[in-house]
Design a protein around this ligand. Sequence first.
Ligand code: 48F
Length: 257
Amino acid sequence: MIETQVSKGIISTYFEKLEKNLELDVAIVGGGPSGIVAAYYLAKAGVRVAQFDRKLSPGGGMWGGAMMFNQIVFQEEALDIVKDFNINYESYEDNLYVMDSIESTSALLYQAVHAGATVFNCYSVEDVVFKNNEVRGVVVNWTPVLREGLHVDPLNIMAKYVIDGTGHDSEVCKTVARKNGIRLDTETGGVIGERSLDVVAGEDEVVKGTKEIYPGLYVCGMAASAVSGTPRMGPIFGGMLMSGKKVADMIIERLKK
Ligand code: 48F
């Protein structure tokens, strides 16, 4: 019966996909622009990578441009990344470019999955696997389970490296610091919290702050700014794209060793 086949097709291939992703090289938490760019370059390099986003539609803060004006501004330094994703763009002024937020967000997602990354939507990462003082995976649950406050245990997904790409909240870093009595690689040893807006400093520092913040745990995008206490940069997205590429390149190098 076609009705049963349709249901079986979804269920059996979904669980195959989930099972394939129980042991990863890299688990990315958060499907914002920095995390998606990281997923794409990692997958392209043949790395086993999955990305978890709590929302139905990953893409983070990129769909809405700024104040729902759905245009994305980025600077010259990020142009090669935009070209890698085959996104249309226009030159604006002073080394600035613009692209459509719907085209660019969907292109990032499409290219990442097409390159071999698996994106799990509606998954919230509520904790990490922490063994021998290293982050070794993520603990995931359905977002609706957490929203409803249902008493349902999560599942574990193991990974050689975890990336915190959760944006302004830097949720993974906060959880790791709070639960395990450890120090992150920041001035205070904890999550400092982002500073007020400064475009130039913010864009520069977000890329500099993209790093391994604790053994096994990398941080990228706005989470990197929030953890290290650097300025927010406002609605310019080059730094996010470059941060995602940087974290991918760092991990690819590390996996080669
Ligand atoms: O905030 P977000 O877009 O991440 P980003 O890559 O980009 C920031 C920009 O959008 C913008 C900006 C540009 O200059 O400042 O704000 O740093 O996306 C973060 C994603 O993480 C998901 C959340 O749903 C969002 O899509 N997320 C957050 N916490 C969790 C999570 C969690 N615990 N588990 C799963 N997903």
